[in-house]
Structure formats: C-alpha cells, structure tokens
Design a protein. Sequence first.
Length: 228
Amino acid sequence: MFTGLVEGTGRIVSSSNNTLIIELNDVDNSTSDIKIGDSVSVNGVCLTVIDIRGKNIGFDVSHESLSVTNIMGLGTGNNVNIEKSISASGRFHGHFVSGHVDAVGTVSKVIDRGDYIDVVVELNHALDTSTGKDIFSKWLVSKGSVAINGVSLTVNEVIDNNSFRLTLIPHTLKMTNLIGIKNGDRVNIEFDILAKYVQNMINGQPQKPTDKGSGVTEDMLREHGYVK
C-alpha cells in the first residue's frame, strides 16, 4: 500500500526482458534504505525489488504490468517516480494507493498558471454502450482522489464523460517527474480504491441463500436516507 506522496525520482538505466533497472537520482533521501524484496511504486506501478547495486535498483516487470501501464513506452534516460510502501507505524498522507494501475491516459492540455499548472487528462478506453461514458469514468468524482504516475492528486473538474482536470502545485512539480509533463504524454492512472469497493457493493454481488438481506443496495441506501 502506498499514499501517492512521491519520495524521489529515478532514471531508467535499462528496460529489457521484463527487467527494469533504475538509478536513484538522490541516494540521500528516504528512498536510500530500499532492500531486496521491498515493494516500491515505480511511476505508480507496484514492483518488487530483486537486485541492488549501488544506486541501481532492479525490478521484475510482469506481462500484465507491461500491458496496462506506460512502462513499456519509457526508455533509457526517462525519469520515473519512486515511493516505498507505507509501514504500519507510518503517518498516512495522500490517499490509499495500491500500485495497481487501472488505465493509461493521454495528456490533452497543459495550462501554465504561473507557479502551478493545470493538466487535462483524457481516458483512452472503450465506451460503455449503455451510458456513452468511458468504462472508467464512473470512478471520477470532482474533488475526489486519483493517482497519476503514482502521484496522489485531486480531481478539480470532471470535464466530460472521458476527461478530467488536475492542478499541479510547485512542490509536486519539484518532487516528481510531472514537472516535464506535456501534451501527448501517456500517464498511468489509478482510481480511488474506495470508489471501486463502493461501486461493487452498490452493484451487488451474488449472495448465498443465507445472506438474504445483506449487502448495500440502492433501496437500502434510500431507506436510511443516504439517497433520495
């Protein structure tokens, strides 16, 4: 589990044969105590450390991770965001981030606001024929949370069925690889895991006969005054 508060960045040294090697850009920061076997968020993707040689950290990357993230499109020299998994005794900031990327989006607009920038991200997936919306848009809520390349951010505006706007403050730009974000960039997106669980409960799942009356339904929410 991660929080989406990036601790540093790294530079891709090599990416081949399902193995990723990253050189930490700053071994004096809080990423310097990474150990073999640790879970580390790399551009928002949860990977396991398999090798450490000085500043260089090695990871195995599964076929699934390559197929649903932007890692395959990154090459030698590209910077990636790095965050260690949170400890049970650690102070929690950001939001719950699992490191399991849901989708890759495309940056369609970058607006310079002086000290900060606004970024519009478009979803790149098939539409739900019943709603006309992207299949992932159900998890987008204005002022809700989303992770972009592993960075915990607030959805400032859901523009339409398939795009949303974020704001990057100076600290985020300084600490992450989003400082170089530009039109056409493909970014990893992880939607709020709490939104996924709520939707799953509302949609309802097959229940055992003994479970009659359990679970969250629209009728139950209406009965208790949560919806009208």
